[in-house]
Design a protein around this ligand. Structure first.
Ligand code: GLP
Length: 240
């Protein structure tokens, strides 16, 4: 895994936007695998700026997001669909019909997971997948466990994740307890992966991943099985 340590959040956001932009410049219809969470917000702002300046073009780009709460309406301001519209899709020249997020409002969640997996595979996987990391080492909503799931599936969120995400909801009781998420195999099917992490709180999870071994107690460690992964983090995260 390649490691890029930036001095702060702004530099991390600019550096990661540059990596995504390079993929888009080389392949105008590159499949972008996208992530939510507070970590990539700065990177999305930077990409929107670059789009406005005419440096990158989203008109031919399809996107696939990692995950979505379940059940949740796309109009709910805490849904990942809402987040993506607000932080990126409404700010760039993308065709919204080319943007894909697992459907949190699907009546049959299991069927939606199967449909989404098939769809991502039909695109040949992402050309670049952006990831954040949970403070417990989760990626997307693949939580630490004794076993991990390869394909898109419905999962229960851990107390730690519900607690970490409660800051966005009125209370922890309002955080959905389940989610639709790409599995480890779906994520690893991406041709290139960048994982972003900032702040002290992510230090332990990042260090576990950087050990280079693989353990289901740190799903991010599975990225060690992929040969084109870049960690872009800030000094606070790296130094702890
Ligand atoms: C969330 C998301 C992940 C994200 C992570 C970290 O629960 N499902 O995709 O990477 O937790 O979030 P944040 O960037 O806000 O720390």
């Amino acid at each position: 895994m390649k490691v890029i340590v930036c001095k702060d959040y702004a530099e991390m956001s600019a550096k990661s936007a540059e990596i995504v932009a390079d993929v888009m410049k080389n392949k105008p219809n590159a499949v972008l695998g996208l992530a939510t969470g507070s970590t990539p917000e700065g990177m999305y702002a930077k990409l929107a700026e670059m789009n406005k300046a005419g440096e990158i073009d989203f008109s031919q780009v399809p996107t696939v997001n990692l995950d979505e709460y379940y059940p949740i309406s796309p109009d709910n301001d805490q849904s990942y669909r809402y987040f993506m519209n607000k932080n990126l899709f409404d700010r760039v020249n993308i065709d919204k019909t080319h943007t894909h997020v697992p459907q949190g409002s699907a009546a049959d969640g299991e069927a939606e997971a199967k449909r989404y997996e098939k769809f991502v595979r039909s695109l040949g996987g992402a050309d670049i997948q952006v990831l954040g990391i949970g403070r417990n080492g989760h990626i997307a909503f693949n939580e630490p466990d004794t076993e991990l799931v390869p394909e898109t599936h419905i999962t229960s969120l851990t107390e730690d994740t519900i607690d970490a995400n409660a800051r966005f909801f009125a209370s922890a009781a309002d955080v959905p307890t389940k989610a639709l998420t790409m599995g480890m195999g779906t994520i690893l099917s991406a041709k290139k992966i960048i994982i972003l992490a900032n702040g002290k709180g992510k230090h332990d999870a990042v260090m576990q991943m950087l050990k280079g071994t693989v353990t289901t107690s740190c799903p991010a460690s599975f990225l060690n099985l992929h040969d084109d992964v870049v960690l872009v983090c800030d000094e606070a995260c790296y130094n702890g």
